[in-house]
Every structure is written in C-alpha cells, then in structure tokens.
Design a protein. Sequence first.
Length: 222
Amino acid sequence: MTSSIADLADAIRLQAVTAGAAEPAVRGADWQTATVAAVGAGTVDCGVVTARCLDSYQDRAVGDRVVIAQSGNGNWICLGRTAGTTEQAFVSYTPTWTGTSNPSIGNGTLQGRYWRHGSNITGIINLTIGSTTSLGSGNYFWGLPTDAAGLIGVCPAQILTSSQRWAGQCIIAPSDTNRLGVYMPSAGNNGELIRTSASKASPNGAFASGDQLRISFQYEAA
C-alpha cells in the first residue's frame, strides 16, 4: 500500500511538472529557437506559435532559424535570426552608370559590394576606366543596391589618376532614391558633379584609361 501511494504521488508530481512546463503563467518568461514556417505582416509563424518581430529582424524568410521569446502572460516575440556557421558576407552587385547619354564600361571594370543590417546599407563602388570605355555625355550617376530613405547622406569618394589623387564627396538624396552623384572640387573650389566636360571629371581633366573612381556609401534603406 505504501509503495502504491508513493508511486501515485510521483505520478502526480510528474504530471504537475509537465503541465507547468507548458504553461507560461507557471514557468514565467521563456525563450527558445524555432524555424520560420510562414512570414506575415510584421510577424512570423513558427509551427503553432505566431510571434511579432523586432524591427531589427529584416528580410524575413521561410526557413530562417530564429530566437522567439514568450512573456509571462503568453505573448510571443521574435528576436531575429541565429548566427550561421559563417559571418554574413558583403553582397556583390553591378551598379548602373548613367549620364545624359549613358557610358559603357567596355574593357574597364565597374563593381559594387554592400552589406545590410536592418535598414542600414553600407557599401563601396569601384570604377576603373579602360581603353575601350565609352564616356557618354552629361552628368554621371551610379546606382545604389536598394532605394534610399531618410535624410541626405554625404560620403567620401576619390579619383585616382596615374599621378594624382582627388578627394570628393558622393551625395545620396531621398528625393533621388536609387542613385548617387559624385562631386569633385572645381577650379573655383566649388564642388561640381562629375561629368564628361573636359575639365569636370576632376580638376585634372576628363577621365582617361587607367583612371579610377572609388566611392564609399552608407544610407538608410527605404
């Protein structure tokens, strides 16, 4: 009899522990990992759990391995993706290069790379003029990897020739959301957009084969 009572008490205790583990009001706040099965408007579904996402969890996708947390009253929130086996890498893209009549790169090179964290975009553009590069005409602009929002951004740029370096600035404006312009000093010390006019690619003159343009940018994504 004593053994039966002890077994019953153990069974009741085990049931209580199991029930408490599934009841947030008993166990309090909790967190766990989960896999995203569906993406909603500001939410993710992870099996039977629908969790509202933090603003920092951008580019949500089915299959993401995420951390979800539950408050003591049972509400769920998704904190974001867990880290993969490798660090998030920069992404390569090919910037557009436009003018009144568009240039063409020919045997030169035009490369871009960027990294996104939340709504923050950081990247670089490298242009090297080749012997068959066609310079087109008019003011030059280079395409961004995503549209820009927020305030006007001012970032560094530089032209390198065979003998000189010229420091300039790139301007990212939400009113012109998908591209940036590069301003270089002019003879009158006023910054002017790079363009094909013989004296306006840099204070040294028009672009020539082997000249390079280096642009760094950072902005808020739309």
